[in-house]
Design a protein around this ligand. Structure first.
Ligand code: ADE
Length: 274
């Protein structure tokens, strides 16, 4: 997967070179390019913002540097798009690309690459969305700052991209960079091969709509706290049942609203070899 991020603070994104995602880039599973929006300005001060029409506090990001930066991204993503498995007619059933009147399809039949615009006014990012985005051959992220990006950039971008304004949650950050770090990590680790043991993706929180069960390691007794007896029993059926009960109890206590949308299969989850 190829990922492009446009920001006025490219250094903010430097940690994407570390740890699991860093290794995935070295192994050629992921390619992450960070673009400095100021490289697409033409004045001496490399200006990216201006005062808002209609008045009000703060500054708004100017449209032209964004158009030039996103045109560069489109150009650089073209080979990965052409090589992608999501070509016309190949979309998996149930995905956004599978409909006949697919909003992501361009007139020539080619799919539009996805452009995520982090914003507190976007749809909320979820594990389901992470899985959806992980299917894409390319992803682009446009990090806004100040009061936001001139809305016409998004209107123009829809001619070339499938534009998705996405919020990390109901709170306000100073800009899109931190949200992009979270989203790139959540999506990148779902790209096949990035996480060494794919089993760990199956068991974790949100994979079945429930929160994860508690985990323990040695020693079995520590500072007066014991590991639940069932986990020492060696009885895989009992362990699976206990873990599911813990998931349900935890979800009910911490995130009751998730129980409504939980994967029905989770409730009759077959016994698994652990
Ligand atoms: N930019 C500012 N606040 C944000 C949020 N909550 N989610 C995504 N991007 C943002």
């Amino acid at each position: 997967m190829r990922i492009d991020v446009v920001s006025i603070f490219p250094d903010y994104l430097a940690p994407l070179k570390l740890s699991l995602l860093g290794r995935a880039q070295e192994d050629g599973l992921l390619s992450i390019a960070i673009h400095d929006l100021r490289d697409f300005t033409s004045d001496r001060h490399r200006t990216v913002d201006d005062t808002p029409y209609g008045g009000g506090a703060g500054m708004v990001m100017k449209p032209e540097p964004w158009a030039l930066a996103l045109e560069r991204v489109l150009e650089e993503q073209r080979p990965a798009q052409d090589a992608g498995t999501d070509g016309p007619g190949e979309a998996a059933p149930g995905t956004a690309a599978s409909g006949a009147d697919d909003a992501a399809a361009q007139p020539g039949g080619r799919r539009r690459p996805v452009l995520v615009v982090p914003s507190p006014a976007g749809e909320v990012f979820t594990q389901r969305m992470a899985y959806e985005l992980a299917e894409e051959p390319t992803l682009a992220f446009a990090c806004g700052r100040y009061e936001g990006i001139d809305e016409r950039v998004l209107d123009w971008a829809r001619e070339h991209f499938e534009v998705r304004p996405v919020s990390l949650g109901d709170y306000v950050l100073n800009g899109g960079e931190v949200a992009v770090m979270a989203m790139v990590e959540a999506v990148g680790r779902l790209v096949p091969g990035v996480v060494g043991n794919p089993e760990s993706l199956i068991e974790e929180s949100h994979s079945d709509g429930l929160l994860e069960y508690p985990v323990y390691t040695k020693p079995s007794s520590w500072r007066g706290h014991d590991v639940p007896e069932v986990l020492l029993s060696g009885n895989h059926g009992r362990i699976s049942q206990w873990r599911l009960e813990q998931q349900l109890r935890r979800t009910a206590a911490r995130r009751p609203e998730l129980l409504e949308g939980a994967d029905a299969a989770a409730f009759g989850k077959p016994e698994r070899a652990v």
